[in-house]
Design a protein around this ligand. Sequence first.
Ligand code: SF4
Length: 318
Amino acid sequence: MRRLFELLLSWSASRMSMLRECPRRFHYHYIASFGGGRSGAPPESHAAWLAKRYTTVAIEVGSFIHATIANLWQKRIGGGSVDLAREPDAAMEGFVDSVVSILRGVGDRRFLRDVFGPELELAELEEAAISVGNMMRTFFGLPFVRALIANPTPIMTAYLDRDAPEKTHALGFPAYLKTDLVLRLETGIEIIDWKTGRPNPKDVAQAEIYDLYVRRAELLPATKPTRVHIVYLRTGHVDTREFREAERTLALRQAHEGYLRIWDLFGTQNAACLDPALFPPQPGGHCSGCNFQGLCPDSATKQSAAPAAAAIVIEDDF
Ligand code: SF4
């Protein structure tokens, strides 16, 4: 129970957005599924844990590209070499292997579409694999990437992309943040964020938070410059931002307000604040992308699969 509250009493952009969009989805994702992978977990908790692991082709493309790039930096920092001509095709082949392992049900993972339909078409998977190869070609075509492959010294290893986000208190409250790449150059600190989707206003809001995080963690005075580069790997477009102090202050205030909402929900740290009734379903168009539509009695997609949300039991000792 203490560990669950440790996880819950933290801010992250994705959990705030999930809470805003549908509180019940937040409950399934962060509370009901907790401990559901352990043997002997209650069936409802196990069902939520399994559903949390459903994935989409877009998520797999994004995770695969981020992991491939992060591994490449680790390899260069460790003195390994990188074959620029071979890497994009190797990435494409690696992506196909990972998709095939999901289709085979390795590790209980499944595609959301295979569960709720319409079924995934082979052509979509082929298109995704080709896009992985193309994005890696775009990545290797960026002049600063080539310079870093030749000399990775500017990479600040503490901020390299990891599997799971880091919990930090640099913002003044506990938060989960995951930076992709941070460089220390003579001209200042440069923060790089890889994007595999199309541009979205949320990307800039996220960039402001990364900027704040690195500035605070490095104790940079207001006069020291930082720049954030949002790199869209589908097109090669790089959106470079240098935020003003007023923008940083506003971003921090909004994030802090989010954290206060989290504190209002879970600050008492007792079982009563985990009651699903406190997290009402908010059905809408977003239900078709929700992993829990088979568990949720109010889903706008009216999927029929599963135990009703009211049946989800939260136990004190998991
Ligand atoms: S199916 Fe819809 S209403 Fe139900 S938890 Fe998911 S997003 Fe919320």
